[in-house]
Design a protein around this ligand. Structure first.
Ligand SMILES: [Fe+2]
Length: 142
């Protein structure tokens, strides 16, 4: 959990762990992109693949948890995930189609992904965590 600041932890351990891994991938992408002049660099390509794959796996896990807990805001949350996945695809297309780093565009987009993700954790995923925690308290009759 070192790479994820305490303030981004929502208190659901498995999801927190996945968020930390996700942030690591995005941060690596930002770093690699900043260091490369050529977007055909294999390390950047691999990271984009990781990002695509991991976002699908992670979002699916979250959505299944939300379903399991009958969270009423699942549909809205799913839409947010879709928006992010589209951005990741846009990012991947940009990386694949440009031989040069397109006047800082990929880096800009990578930073956008990072900020979006952090905001999403803080605002949207936290809402779900609070719902789960509240449910646990209620069912204990406290
Ligand atoms: Fe989420």
């Amino acid at each position: 959990m070192d790479s994820l600041l305490a303030k981004y932890q929502i208190g659901l351990p498995l999801i927190d762990e996945q968020h930390a891994r996700f942030m690591q991938i995005i941060e690596d992408a930002v770093k690699k992109i900043s260091a490369q002049k050529n977007s055909k660099d294999i390390a950047v390509f691999d990271l984009v693949q990781d990002l695509k794959q991991y976002s699908t796996v992670h979002f699916l896990y979250e959505e299944n948890q939300m379903k399991k807990h009958n969270w009423p805001e699942l549909a809205t949350h799913k839409q947010l995930h879709e928006i992010f996945k589209k951005k990741v695809l846009e990012f991947s297309t940009l990386i694949n189609s440009s031989s040069l780093m397109n006047a800082g565009k990929p880096k800009e987009l990578a930073i956008f992904l990072k900020e979006w993700f952090l905001n999403h954790i803080q605002r949207d995923d936290r809402k779900f965590a609070e719902f789960v925690q509240q449910k646990a308290i209620t069912s204990r009759g406290v």
